[in-house]
Design a protein around this ligand. Structure first.
Ligand code: ARG
Length: 324
């Protein structure tokens, strides 16, 4: 497959806000991830357009590529927990789908397709057993059809929630209720981008509760054509300064990225995204997950972020409540 080379810098430079961080100004915060080694990875069924059961998979190569992603995280100070892969669950490597964890509350997934349904219980068991030592409590499996961080991306302030192919609107309501978060529903329309995390990535999370009060809005990148016109309008309004990725980057799953606020881990093939990220002061880290692309996933799919409750409650600083 050839890459489009038309990644000329956007002509909008002069109009960009002056306060954009310069390269080097971005600060990484250490993250806690859960990953699953692809020792049982294969393509033996097709539940998304990327999967072709006639194309052979090199499982050994998938493992080597996956190890390089894990090492890339660890080399930059992130913690990676590993869940035991279960034989007969070839897609379990896509840990993002296992659940969603915000504020120490872990809601495990309930998968759409029978082939993946046992993964929900496997991830729930891990979150229940390993959670308490890590500042998390398991809320069990979602009652509604919910594919975890595949469709639920936390921007620090709201949960961006995809629907259209997998996770349902009823699941969005359940997430709002059980995790106690605001949810923003976004509708996907292109089967290649069947999970929200294939079409949108959070680059930096919001801090503070409102922008006028001095907090900062999250920054995102997304592929507009993956969404309905109504959802595009919602995204443009909420994130006017977002990176809008092009077809060439989206088509190599360049939006399926993980950011720590400074480093952005994504496929090395998304060259336009790499340039756009650099221009905004992020440091792209190119990752080759070509084998796992055969299952329809890339960097983010292989990574579930755990957001435990901070261990220490002894910070004497009062919570920022500047209400007069
Ligand atoms: N074969 C898997 C599926 O179709 C791929 C999941 C990719 N994961 C993700 N977070 N997008 O369910």
């Amino acid at each position: 497959m050839t890459l489009t080379t038309s990644h000329a810098a956007p002509a909008a430079h002069d109009t960009l806000p002056a306060a954009r961080p310069a390269p080097g100004d971005r600060t990484a915060t250490s993250r806690h991830f859960l990953m699953c080694p692809p020792v049982h990875f294969d393509v033996v069924y097709a539940i998304n357009p990327w999967m072709d059961v006639t194309v052979p998979v090199d499982t050994g190569h998938a493992v080597v590529q996956w190890q390089a992603l894990k090492a890339a995280y660890e080399d930059r100070g992130h913690t990676v927990d590993v869940i035991s892969p279960v034989p007969g669950l070839p897609d379990m490597v896509y840990a993002a789908n296992g659940g969603v964890v915000v504020g120490g509350k872990a809601l495990a997934a309930r998968f759409t397709y029978p082939e993946r349904q046992p993964e929900g219980a496997a991830y729930e068991a891990w979150l229940r057993e390993s959670g308490p030592a890590r500042g998390m409590v398991s809320l069990g499996q979602a009652a509604e059809r919910n594919e975890g961080e595949g469709d639920l991306l936390w921007d620090g302030e709201v949960m961006l929630a995809g629907t259209g192919f997998r996770t349902t609107r009823a699941a969005h309501a359940e997430v709002a209720d059980r995790l106690g978060v605001e949810v923003l529903t976004l509708e996907l329309v292109d089967p290649r981008f069947y999970h929200l995390d294939t079409a949108l990535t959070v680059l930096s999370t919001a801090s503070g509760s409102t922008v006028p009060d001095g907090g900062t809005r999250a920054e995102i990148a997304y592929f507009p054509q993956a969404f309905t016109p109504a959802s595009r309008a919602v995204l443009r309004e909420r994130y006017p300064d977002a990176i809008e990725a092009d077809e060439a980057d989206a088509a190599v799953l360049g939006l399926n990225a993980v950011s720590d606020g400074r480093h952005v881990f994504l496929t090395h093939r998304a060259t336009g995204m790499h340039a756009a990220l650099r221009e905004r002061g992020f440091e792209p880290v190119g990752i080759d997950l070509s084998e796992l692309l055969k299952g329809g996933g890339s960097v983010k799919c292989c990574t579930l972020e755990l957001r435990p409750v901070p261990a220490m409650q002894d910070d004497p600083t009062p919570a920022k409540e500047a209400r007069a």
